[in-house]
Design a protein around this ligand. Sequence first.
Ligand code: HEM
Length: 534
Amino acid sequence: ANGPDQNIVRGNGGELHQIAGGETPTLTTALGTPVSDDQNTLRIGERGPSLIEDFHFREKIFHFDHERIPERVVHARGYGAHGYFETYESLAKHTRADIFQRAGEKTPAFVRFSTVAGNKGSFDLARDVRGFAVKLYTKEGNWDLVGNNIPVFFIQDAIKFPDLIHAAKQEPDRAFPQAQTAHDNFWDFISLMPESMHMVMWIMSDRAIPRSFRFMQGFGVHTFRLVNAKDESTFVKFIWKPKLGMQSVLWNEAVKINGADPDFHRRDLWDAIQSGNFPEWELTVQLFDQAFADSFDFDILDATKIIPEEIIEPMPVGRLVLDRMPDNFFAETEQVAFMTQNVPPGIDFSNDPLLQGRNFSYLDTQLKRLGSPNFTHIPINAPKCPFAHFQQDGHMAMRNPVGRANYEPNSWGLGPREDPQRGFRSFADAEAGQKVRLRADSFADHYSQARQFFNSQTPPEQRHIAMALTFELSKVQASAIRERMVSHLLNIDEALATTVADKLGIREMPQPVEAAVPVRDDLPPSPALSIIEN
Ligand code: HEM
């Protein structure tokens, strides 16, 4: 409506040309050459063949042909927003990370929410885990807290990740289902992976169909370390808590919403932020020391376990506010590259074998997806603090070192140097042992926390879990897989197993799967795990 209608002229073939002038800039090629006609290719005669001499046409088509980049191998469908993190109080006692030193400090942030299994064009309300990836542009480099809305994971060791994802995504021969866990390959793998049972309870629960991104918790999942100026370490788990509280939809609502508006979660975040209704989360931390780790019922390095909030109360340390949508989806939300290994001094890793594997995977996958080691030059990925190094060249190098010195040490007094005080130092944990492929006995209990989670749910939530399992397993064609799943459920809750078996028409109840260690009855329910308040 506000276009330059007055500058329209009609061409010979009746086509319309909108002509530059006044406020309307001149269209140019990517290299700045002004374009006279963007409606017709250069050709010999009005009805003759086109000429490859037409550099404007060739450039335009060439660029269009190369618009797509690979979608993320997981978490392909996502939606991001800008905002800031505000520190409540100094955490200097526990960490030297600059972001936690001063009360009131504001740190720019970018967050990308996602589903995991679905392709980029899939629908928002799939029954799935949601990614909750936060990039914090701290004054000591980017800190990526690449979490999910579920505090545990399917597998304990990163070596199983490709198998998990292959089984979860579309089956390779038929290329469906594109965004459903309800299929044989997924449940086949899961039923052969007892360690996944705790997470299975979570994704069969209401947590896996959130009402919107604004009503979800986020979890760093792994145990990390905080390290203070005296090089002392405290273990930490990170939890984001939504100010709006948690809400989910019912499965039949999800199915309708997916049909009516597959972009429901995107639209919700867009509408909320555009109307000034900025969503907010509180960052809380569960802090504990080595003595707690040694005495806790489970291994703190095992990503299939939580530390119940009733045992260690999460302490609020700051808030995250999302207040600005990206100007361009591709430039920011698609090109943002999260990597678990992006941590500032004062935050460090634990030996969790899933985290250690992730620290390798993310750098590798970003190179494949974004195509050049210089993906850190893209504005959404570049740090917002001063940085200086000797990395150079490669495809699309935008920031080569300036001057003669591109190495150190050098005699020219040029370029940056190490800083033993400010620099990142890994926590000097004592490690010794044989080189083995063995999993610790302390990782062997796969059912007790699954049972604890189920017992923590309110009766309606428990019914939803039973209905979800029944629906999902009813889509599984192989009866052996359905029965194997019921054998696992028997170790979690007998009534649940019986309900699901009945609904699936399994006449003869299978034996429970033999658990590696006795399943515990003495873990009290953790009401904090429930969405519907009792
Ligand atoms: C992507 C979380 C385990 C490999 C993501 C994303 C999230 C996430 C949130 C999306 C980031 C974005 O929005 O751009 C998690 C969590 C895990 C986990 C919480 C377990 C606790 C793993 C493991 C591996 C892995 C074990 C591999 C060993 C990847 C890859 C991507 C990805 C390759 C795609 C990254 C990209 O192309 O940008 N993960 N993940 N993840 N994750 Fe994980």
